[in-house]
Design a protein around this ligand. Structure first.
Ligand SMILES: *Cc1c(COP(=O)(O)O)cnc(C)c1O
Length: 378
């Protein structure tokens, strides 16, 4: 991790040897269309507080994703925090150590103790067979992650939650548009959150959403993201500021128009990688009931040493795959001491996401494959 700045940032005074290829490149939509939305914002000077574009994006996302009770918010991390608050998650929540840090830090920030349950070594999602033994009288919720858009075992998890009276909040930050058993994966649980950060498949620069099972929870969350204000002179409960603004919504509306093309291009690259790599690097085992949104292409190398060799070789040609997720969250300094989550630590030590985004040149894809091909063999 020490040479991240060296490899990602090029010195402007040095002639560039290679075109830099990062793990993702923020998708920017058609400029004329974006201008049209910005003109709308200028004509009303309404820039935030549940404006017209936020309303429009909410409706269009509910339709596109096939969900109800969707609330747009500032970012995915606040989406998690609001969901915990609205659903009364306190004391302890069961979660996975193999995720982006926000899944855990959002719990800690809300004063909730994360209890890790290790992952399945093939799907990279929380291992449902280990959840029950981690439940204590203080457990109030399960917070699983659909890792790289691969569905968790939602059926088993829902059953456990029901048996013990726990809430389920899915971190679906990677699961935009994913279908499970012919319905939206995002409709499972008491709530599922999405992140619309610039690095995600669909984005609003920064942004996020919560999809609630119940309308009552949605209504409560609407108040909470606006300071608990329910009228011109009235504050009825504790709230925070987590509103999405009109400029964010404008970006989202433009990208949503282009999402099918984005998905097609990602699918092409994903399949190209899969065909070329499946025989000599391990790839994630995906749930067969779950569609793919092609948001990530993680590969699992033999060991960490091999991973670092592959990464260094790619970095030297300007290609920057990313160790993701790394480190395993049970190693976070602010949680120590914590029992090692061995599967998660092992996977985190040797997993890496390859560049995947529309317009990634085929030449580069072939270079990546060649390096992996040469270095992953003994
Ligand atoms: C990106 C991400 C988040 C956080 O979302 P932000 O919008 O960046 O706050 C949470 N969980 C996972 C799994 C993510 O990948």
């Amino acid at each position: 991790m020490t040479n991240i700045t060296k490899t990602c940032l090029s010195d402007p005074f040095e002639p560039q040897k290679h075109e830099v290829i990062n793990v993702t490149k923020t998708y920017l939509p058609d400029r004329t269309k974006l201008d049209m939305y910005i003109d709308k914002i200028y004509s009303t000077a309404w820039v935030t507080n549940n404006g017209q574009l936020v309303k429009e994006l909410t409706a269009r996302l509910e339709e596109y994703l096939g969900v109800k009770n969707l609330l747009l918010v500032t970012n995915g991390t606040l989406a998690l925090q609001i969901a915990y608050k609205v659903l009364g998650v306190t004391e302890q929540a069961i979660t996975t150590p193999f995720s982006f840090v926000a899944t855990t830090s959002s719990l800690v920030w809300e004063g909730i103790e994360p209890i890790f349950v290790d992952i399945d070594p093939e799907t990279f999602c929380i291992d449902p067979s280990k959840i029950e033994e981690a439940i204590t009288p203080k457990t109030t919720a399960i917070v699983p992650v659909h890792v790289f858009g691969n569905a968790c075992d939602v059926e088993k998890i829902e059953k456990i939650a029901q048996k013990y009276g726990l809430k389920t909040i899915y971190d679906g930050a990677h699961a935009f548009g994913v279908q499970y058993n012919s319905k939206s994966l995002l409709s499972y649980g008491d709530a599922t959150i999405l992140s619309f950060h610039a690095t995600k498949l669909f984005h609003t620069i920064e942004g996020g959403a919560i999809i609630f099972r119940n309308k009552e929870a949605l209504e409560r969350a609407k108040l909470m993201i606006n300071f608990g204000i329910n009228g011109p002179d009235s504050v009825i409960e504790l709230g925070i500021n987590a509103k999405m603004n009109e400029f964010q919504a404008a970006m989202g509306l433009c990208i949503l128009d282009e999402i099918d093309t984005i998905l097609e291009q990602r699918a092409k690259i994903w399949s190209y990688y899969e065909n070329a790599l499946k025989d000599y690097v391990q790839i994630q085992k995906r749930d067969f009931q779950c569609t793919n949104n092609y948001s990530y292409f993680p590969v699992l190398l033999e060991n960490e040493k091999r991973l670092m060799e592959v990464k260094a070789t790619m970095n030297a040609t300007g290609i920057n795959p990313r160790r993701y997720f790394y480190p395993s969250l049970d190693t976070l300094g602010y949680l120590q001491p914590y029992d090692p989550q061995t599967v998660s630590r092992d996977i985190a030590s040797r997993v890496m996401c390859l560049p995947i985004y529309p317009e990634l040149p085929l030449k580069k894809i072939k270079e990546i494959i060649k390096i992996l091909n040469e270095l992953s063999k003994n």
